[in-house]
Structures are given as structure tokens and as C-alpha cells.
Design a protein. Structure first.
Length: 460
């Protein structure tokens, strides 16, 4: 169930990647022929070479006329300016999700996971329909922001439900790796499906198909989960307590930096390809296909493998690989050159996500109480931070620094953060003695010799 929910959510998230940049350009810049941004001087406004009364030339030279921009130069300037508004549109979902998550986590702690998950389906369904028929930037912005509310409900409740159903740390890692595989499938299907459907069918059709998938997901939730209030047996740690835990914040930070690079690429890479490669519409979605396939492999592989080799080590290696791949992407001259760095990028992000998500549940088990709504609200906030900061800054950074230097900067941040994960190698528990010996029979630790009136004991 959680796999299907993530499949729909991620498909919607990535379906817009190849559609929105081209769609906004098409509705705002319908150039039937090259148009110059500057107007050359008329022919009769050249220098005056008439004769004066004394027989000399009357030469009143004017400044040379401004050089008109070619159609390609104008198009390049428009695409650069579009990076900003596309980035803001993409970031709106993550920003709204950031605002919503702190409320969803405590709600799931009180009423259970099924009702918030079903509410997430309803909101995502409405958002998909608005995207299907929206024709202006404002309407698309509202639909994207509404998607953030739905994603918050489904992501927090879904991950919390998995952590609650799989208390064993190894089984939990395997389950979350499989669930993240649903996310990978959505990322895999979304961009190429959106690009191909948009080029050959139009903008509305892919979103209507996704709305039908959402409807099926909702019916399945009604039949299987039967949403209702389910109170937790114990009170979970307060959200503020978890935020002050340095090990939880360190794990969440790894998720943020791992996803920030791909978040910057989503709005800028298609525009960069249009500008430098003159890529057709279908390539704008297909370029993310290697990253999606390798993310699917990485999440399923490092769900169990991360538990064996150490999740801190898997995540540290993942951040380093992400940095290397980001540096290689601007060197590409055509779409074939993007296959290897995009594949490495997706695989490495899968390493980090499938390691740090179960690590959050493990940290709550050993350092707090086994109630997971709030900690996965933090995990989802970390994910959304990457997808909020990345697109929001990417447009401005491309204009000021250039596409290549922007990716180089985020690569350096990944390199700097990676060594910090060594602190997750052996995180302390609530009580070091209990975490090493066990929580069974805590009466063993009582020293009867120091009691004034020790209880009578039966030698038998």
C-alpha cells in the first residue's frame, strides 16, 4: 500500500519536470518568427553629408545604431529569466510541505496513520485535476502548493506506519528500501511519460491518467486500511525534543544535501538542454531516466546492505558520489553524455535515502520512545528542504554564476558534509548501560548493600 502511495506521489512530483518549463515558454513566448529586442535606426537617420554655404561638408555624425539581438540570443535571454519562475513554482510544493509537516507528525501520534494517509490521497487527487486543466502560472502555482499538503500527509504517515509495523531494525530497513522503490518507480515513470505524452498528446492527458491512478489508490486504502482513529499505546517524544537531538539532525541533514542536487537539476537541466543542445521535448524527460533506474536499484540494494556495512558509511559514500556526478553533468555536449553522471547521481541518492530513513527510526528507538510520526515529519522536512532550497535558488544562481558553477558549489557542500556522518557510527542510547546490557529486568542494577533496610530475600 505504501509503495503504491509513493508511486503516485512521486509520479506527480516528476511528471511536471519536462512539461512545465516548455509549457510556460510556449504560452508566454509564441514567436512565429525572429523578433529583435532593439530597433535599428531608419535609413534617413545616417550622417548628414550636405554642403554648407562655404562649400564644406556639413558632417553631423550620430552614434552607431545598436546591434539587434538575433533570435537565438533573445531566446537564450528568455530561457535564463524563466529559470527563476520555474524554480519558484517547483519549490512551492516543498515550502508548503515544510510548513505542514510539523502539524502532521503530532496528529499521527494522536490518531494513527490511516486517516492522514487517506486525506493525503484526496488532496493529491484534487491537485492533479487542477494541474490537468490549469492554463496560467497562478493556477499551476496553486496546484503545486496544494500538492505539498497532500505529500506531507502521505509521506509522514506512510513512513511512520512502516516503522511501527516493522520494529526489527533489519526488517524495517528492508521494508523502507522497498517503499522507496515505489518512489523510484514514480521518478522512473514520471519524466519520460510526461515528456512523451506532452509532445504527442498534450498537457492534459498525462495528468488525467495520474488522477485515475490516484483514484484507484484511494479505493484501495478504503478497502485495506479502513481509515479510523487508532490511538498510540505510549506517548511519543515531543517534536522539539527530537529537533534538539544532534544525531537525528545529522541524519536529516544527509537527506537534505543528497537531494538538493537533483532538486536543482529538475527546473534547470531541461532549460539548459533547450538552450545548449536544442533538445526536443521527449529528451527533457528522458534525461532523468538513468537517474530513476539507478535510484530504484540503489534503494533496494542498500535497504539490507546499509544495515550490514553501516548506514553511516553507505550515506557518506553516497554523498561523495553525488558530488562527483554533479561536477560531471555540465561537461556534457549531448544527451548521451548525461547518462553516466545521472545514473551515478540516482544510485548515490538511493544509498543515502534508504540508509538514513530507517536510521531515523532506529535513533528514536534507542534514544526516545518508539512512536514515529514526529521523527518522520523531521525526515520529510529534511527531504523537502532540499527540494525547496534547490529550485528556489537555482534560477538566481544560474543567472549569476552559470549552470556549471551552481552544480560545482552544491558538490562542494556534499564533500564537506560527508565526513560528519562518522558520528552516526555508534550513537549512544537513552542509558548507556541499558543499551549495552539490555532493558530486561532493570531491578538487577539495584545495589541492595547500600539500602538501609534491604528487603528479605528467599535463598530458594
Amino acid at each position: 500500500m505504501r509503495l503504491i502511495d509513493l508511486l503516485h506521489s512521486s509520479s506527480f512530483l516528476c511528471l511536471v519536470v519536462p512539461i512545465i518549463p516548455e509549457f510556460l515558454y510556449a504560452i508566454r513566448h509564441r514567436h512565429d518568427k525572429p523578433v529583435n529586442l532593439t530597433t535599428p535606426l531608419p535609413i534617413d537617420q545616417g550622417p548628414d553629408l550636405s554642403l554648407n554655404a562655404n562649400g564644406t561638408h556639413n558632417c553631423t555624425c550620430t552614434s552607431p545604431p545598436p546591434v539587434p539581438l538575433t533570435f537565438e540570443q533573445q531566446r537564450h535571454a528568455e530561457l535564463l529569466s524563466e529559470n527563476v519562475e520555474v524554480g519558484v513554482l517547483f519549490a512551492s510544493k516543498a515550502v508548503v510541505q515544510l510548513i505542514t509537516n510539523p502539524f502532521i507528525g503530532p496528529i499521527t501520534n494522536r490518531i494513527g496513520y490511516s486517516i492522514p494517509m487517506f486525506c493525503g490521497f484526496v488532496i493529491m487527487f484534487l491537485s492533479t485535476l487542477i494541474f490537468a486543466f490549469g492554463r496560467t502560472y497562478g493556477i499551476l502555482f496553486v496546484a503545486r502548493a496544494l500538492q505539498g499538503v497532500g505529500s506531507s500527509c502521505s509521506s509522514v504517515s506512510g513512513m511512520g506506519m512502516l516503522a511501527d509495523r516493522y520494529p526489527d531494525d533489519k526488517e524495517r530497513g528492508n521494508a523502507m528500501g522497498l517503499a522507496l522503490g515505489g518512489l523510484a518507480l514514480g521518478v522512473l515513470i514520471g519524466p519520460p511519460f510526461g515528456g512523451i505524452m506532452y509532445q504527442f498528446v498534450g498537457k492534459t492527458a498525462p495528468f488525467l491518467i495520474l488522477a485515475a491512478l490516484a483514484l484507484g489508490d484511494g479505493l484501495l486504502q478504503l478497502l485495506v486500511l479502513q481509515p479510523g482513529i487508532q490511538k498510540q499505546d505510549q506517548d511519543g517524544a515531543a517534536l522539539g525534543t527530537l529537533i534538539r537531538d544532534p544525531y537525528i539532525i545529522l541524519s536529516a541533514g544527509a537527506i537534505t544535501f543528497a537531494n538538493m542536487g537533483i532538486a536543482m537539476l529538475e527546473p534547470t537541466l531541461p532549460i539548459w538542454m533547450i538552450d545548449t543542445m536544442e533538445a526536443p521535448k521527449w529528451q527533457l524527460g528522458a534525461v532523468f531516466l538513468p537517474a530513476s533506474i539507478s535510484y530504484l536499484i540503489g534503494t533496494n540494494l542498500f535497504g539490507p546492505l546499509g544495515h550490514k556495512m553501516g548506514r553511516w558509511l553507505a550515506s557518506m559514500l553516497g554523498l561523495i558520489i553525488i558530488g562527483v556526478c554533479l561536477i560531471c553533468i555540465p561537461l556534457a555536449k549531448n544527451i548521451n553524455h548525461l547518462i553516466v553522471p545521472n545514473a551515478g547521481l540516482g544510485f548515490a541518492i538511493g544509498m543515502v535515502d534508504s540508509s538514513m530513513m530507517p536510521e531515523l527510526g532506529f535513533l528514536v528507538d534507542i534514544r526516545h520512545s518508539a512512536v514515529y510520526g514526529s521523527v518522520y515529519a523531521i525526515g520529510d522536512v529534511a527531504f523537502c528542504l532540499g527540494f525547496a532550497i534547490g529550485p528556489a535558488l537555482s534560477g538566481t544562481l544560474v543567472q549569476t554564476m552559470g549552470f556549471g558553477w551552481m552544480l560545482f558549489g552544491i558538490a562542494i557542500l556534499n564533500f564537506i558534509y560527508a565526513p560528519l556522518l562518522i558520528f552516526l557510527r555508534n550513537p549512544p542510547g537513552r542509558d548507556e548501560k541499558q543499551s549495552l546490557i539490555g532493558d530486561q529486568c532493570p531491578v538487577r542494577y539495584i545495589n541492595y548493600n547500600k539500602m538501609e533496610n534491604p528487603p528479605d530475600t528467599d535463598d530458594n
